[in-house]
Design a protein around this ligand. Structure first.
Ligand code: FDA
Length: 302
């Protein structure tokens, strides 16, 4: 109840106050701050995936600006030898306004990343985006098999069948690359599993399928139980180190993160930055009032 109240009040709070609890999860407003945060993580043996904040645009000219920003960031980060890759939310390239425009802009960015021998991960957004994202991913994967990957959400009822369908894109030379996460958007019961344990069970089922079919997986979770079960699966199935990595969000559970690194597993941290941090923070927090708990902690536990 309190969580929901705080989350609903967020868009009306002063920006400075929202920043107090958002700053832990966002590297900063500028590319320089994103770069610095990424380099500091690299120094700790952690790779990054860099995200420029912005999503669900309402005008197509914003999409072109976002493309330009990504090209600039890819140029800068690769020339500074940052160890990492890039994540993109396709609605910032106009996915819900014009699919072909979105595809063409994304293609330009993936092509540029491929020239730099880098990699673009397509984030998965809410359920209205899934069919279009899968289609765009299929097209890009055919052209750039080494340089583009996708996110799948374990909470979606459709994900198991999507996985089976996507298996036709997989091959030993260029294993398909997924990030597997629980899923962050609030979805109705007929679309997504709602029970905590049910989502965990499907996460592990999807992970097993990915390993059995020799797909590359970014295991994206802060759930200690899932981290431990994934490690068990990796050991039991003898999964080589070049076929998986763990992934976490910037500022979340750094102790668990360190434990995974100390155990010799590859870790990648999702580093978001950009001027759109305010909308991102408030929208996300509104969507997921449970996160208000973390805000309360961030405010009072220093
Ligand atoms: P869960 O929510 O159960 O959290 C487990 C524990 O982690 C909590 O008890 C708490 O201790 C800690 N924790 C989790 N979130 C925290 C926070 N914000 N602050 C402080 N502590 C926190 N989703 C999506 O729909 N599309 C996407 O493309 C992505 N991309 C993505 C990339 C990466 C690298 C990660 C790690 C996650 C995503 N997600 C995502 C988000 C994902 O779907 C999910 O909502 C969150 O990771 C939270 O789920 P957990 O598995 O961490 O479990």
């Amino acid at each position: 109840m309190l969580n929901k109240l705080i989350a609903n009040m967020l868009p009306y709070m002063p920006k400075k106050l929202v920043w107090v609890f958002s700053k832990r999860y966002i590297a900063g407003e500028s590319m320089e701050e994103g770069l610095l945060a990424s380099k500091l993580l690299n120094e700790k043996g952690i790779e990054v995936t860099v995200d420029i904040l912005g999503e669900f645009i309402t005008r197509l000219d914003e999409a072109e600006k976002n493309r330009d920003e990504y090209l600039e960031v890819i140029e800068r980060f690769t020339s500074e030898n940052v160890k990492g890759n890039f994540s993109i939310k396709p609605t910032m390239f106009g996915l819900l306004l014009d699919k072909e425009v979105c595809y063409n802009l994304l293609r330009e960015v993936v092509q540029f990343a491929a020239q730099k021998d880098s990699f673009i991960r397509i984030d998965m957004e809410d359920s209205q985006c899934v069919d279009i994202e899968l289609d765009i991913f299929r097209r890009l994967r055919k052209e750039f098999p080494k340089h583009v990957g996708l996110v799948l959400q374990a909470y979606l009822r459709r994900t198991e069948s999507d996985l089976v369908a996507l298996n036709d894109l997989n091959n030993a030379n260029y294993p398909i690359s997924f990030r597997l996460c629980k899923g962050i958007y609030v979805e109705p019961e007929n679309i997504a599993f709602k029970e905590y344990e049910e989502v965990r069970k499907h996460f592990l089922k999807d992970l097993k399928y990915m390993f059995e079919n020799k797909m590359y997986v970014g295991i994206a979770t802060h759930d200690k139980y899932l981290v431990e079960e994934s490690m068990k699966m990796i050991g039991e199935m003898n999964i080589p180190k070049n076929m998986y990595e763990f992934q976490m969000l910037y500022g979340v559970t750094p102790e668990l993160r360190q434990l995974i690194v100390d155990n010799g597993h590859k870790m990648r941290v999702y580093v978001p930055f950009g001027e759109k941090w305010f909308n991102y923070s408030t929208r996300r927090l509104k969507e997921n009032p449970k996160m208000a708990q973390h805000i309360i902690k961030a405010l009072f536990i220093r």
